[in-house]
Design a protein around this ligand. Sequence first.
Ligand code: ADP
Length: 273
Amino acid sequence: MTTAFIEFKNVYFRYEEDQPWVLKNVSFRIQTNEWIAIIGHNGSGKSTIAKLINGLLFPQQGEIYVDGMLVNADTIWDVRKKVGMVFQNPDNQFVGTTVRDDVAFGLENRGVPREIMLTKIQDSLAKVGMEAYMFQEPHRLSGGQKQRVAIAGVMAISPDVMILDEATAMLDPHGRSEIMKTMHDIIEQDRLSLITITHDLHEIIQADRVIVMNQGEVWDEATPREIFKKTKDLQAIGLDLPFVVKLSEELSQLGITIDKQPLNHEELLEELW
Ligand code: ADP
């Protein structure tokens, strides 16, 4: 059996001792080069999982391994070199006044020599198609471009796993597809593992495997196709319905019917694949 790149073994976590568990007996394995989508309702524990992988939090019970290392206070700096994270709001992630300074920040923090730094910045901006924007001010970029720069900042430190925690949630459909294309290209070139925490159907169907969280427990784990086949009510597992379906539902609630009926479950699956 191949060794998993990330492994959760019977993990329990709570934020306060007198509070209920936020994660209960969570176990899963993620292999090198695998694309995993973690889905589930808000509050089901998805972001907490991301923070545990990165050693921002530690479990009260159970074990977490990243590349064979038990994540604990002694290993977090080594773990963090391997795990890159991109969050929801691109505006909260910028520290530099230009795109170049911003990507440089993580490298400076790690004491990367200046002569190597410029090459790393150029390479990682090229990976996300943003090399032409090196001297732009980040706040002038579109949402999708900002997230691509945030991804470049993470790529510059050569992680083995990238976690996108609702990183496309604030983007329009064009921005979302920009990010997904960028991640496809990166995975192909750099053989990373990718974890996307998301409610977006189009994002989920690109994953190799889906972990469905429900009230702090792993509720299901399967390929996207298997998950969608057995779950007719996609909103029940915390997924957003496609825009056209939502729109026609909202219009029908207002008494407005449109020619095109909402897709039924089978038609939706057809449409997605
Ligand atoms: P998700 O990412 O699925 O929305 P989270 O992991 O953010 O879920 O949250 C899981 C649960 O933990 C929720 O009930 C949330 O209110 C709680 N929680 C999250 N962060 C904190 C915190 N810093 N302190 C206390 N409770 C928290």
